[in-house]
Design a protein around this ligand. Structure first.
Ligand SMILES: Nc1ncnc2c1ncn2[C@@H]1O[C@H](COP(=O)(O)OP(=O)(O)OP(=O)(O)O)[C@@H](O)[C@H]1O
Ligand SMILES: [Mg+2]
Length: 233
């Protein structure tokens, strides 16, 4: 589904944040990226989604080289992104947010809406509620629902559980598993490394712009070095 080859990227011409990062996502796979603050996780996602052009390396999506394409062209190809911050329109209703998610969608709007309501029934109950008045967990459902309105072939989620109370964070992980259950491949960036790895088929540890560990989620969870360095012992 997705291949990232030897990506070097940064925000200014003299400083590299990613130093040759490679990763891939297979069909129906959930891949979780963990790593300390500032490791370059969001930067990697931004490169994949075309928000940042890599200095070197390539991004291939479903066999097509998408390196350097604009985000709107990437969305059209079925790759959707839920950013770490600012991922909903708080002054608009749930329905308006979902409609905006589908504004360039060429498929069946009603079918897409039905799929989102099927995954997140609470959104159907609250179609007219202003999203700014919803709980953090519900907002994350709106954010994910918005991305799902494009019927994506792959979805990038950047720290969907950030800032949520533990029980709401658990709901978010459950929601991600539901999306994964529909066969949609997911790249998940998570601060909550243990839970993020627990729901992953594969995990990647990114540290100072390099991949340090990679493997099945449960193997990384049990790896003593990963545990000591990245999972709080
Ligand atoms: N827009 C930007 N302009 C300049 N530097 C940036 C920008 N965004 C991020 N950086 C820098 O790039 C580095 C990696 O940041 P990034 O946001 O990718 O980390 P992260 O792994 O997502 O961290 P976190 O877990 O805190 O979200 C950091 O040193 C950060 O300060
Ligand atoms: Mg980040």
């Amino acid at each position: 589904m997705l291949e990232v080859h030897d990506v070097v990227a940064g925000y200014s011409s003299d400083v590299d944040i990613l130093h040759g990062v490679s990763m891939h996502v297979e069909e129906s796979e959930t891949v979780t990226i963990i790593g300390p603050n500032g490791a370059g996780k969001s930067t990697l996602i931004k490169v994949v989604f075309g928000l940042l052009s890599p200095r070197e390396g390539r991004v291939v999506f479903q066999g097509e080289d998408i390196t350097g394409l604009e985000p709107n062209a990437i969305v059209e190809r079925g790759l959707c992104y839920v950013p770490q911050r600012g991922n909903v329109f708080p002054s608009m209703s749930v329905m308006e947010n979902l409609e905006l998610g589908a504004w360039t969608f060429k498929g069946d709007f009603d079918a897409a809406l039905a799929r989102v309501f099927d995954l997140f029934p609470v959104l159907q109950e609250r179609v007219d509620q202003r999203v700014g008045t919803m709980s953090g967990g519900q907002r994350q459902m709106v954010a994910m629902g918005r991305a799902l309105m494009m019927d994506p072939s792959l979805i990038l989620l950047d720290e969907p559980s950030a800032g949520l109370a533990p029980n709401l964070a658990d709901d978010v992980f459950e929601n991600i598993q539901r999306i994964a259950g529909t066969g949609t491949p997911i790249v998940l960036v998570e601060q909550n490394a243990k839970k993020g790895l627990a729901i992953a088929d594969r995990g990647i540890v990114l540290d100072t712009g390099e991949v340090r560990f990679e493997g099945p989620g449960d193997e990384l969870l049990e790896d003593p070095q990963v545990g000591k360095l990245y999972l709080g012992g």
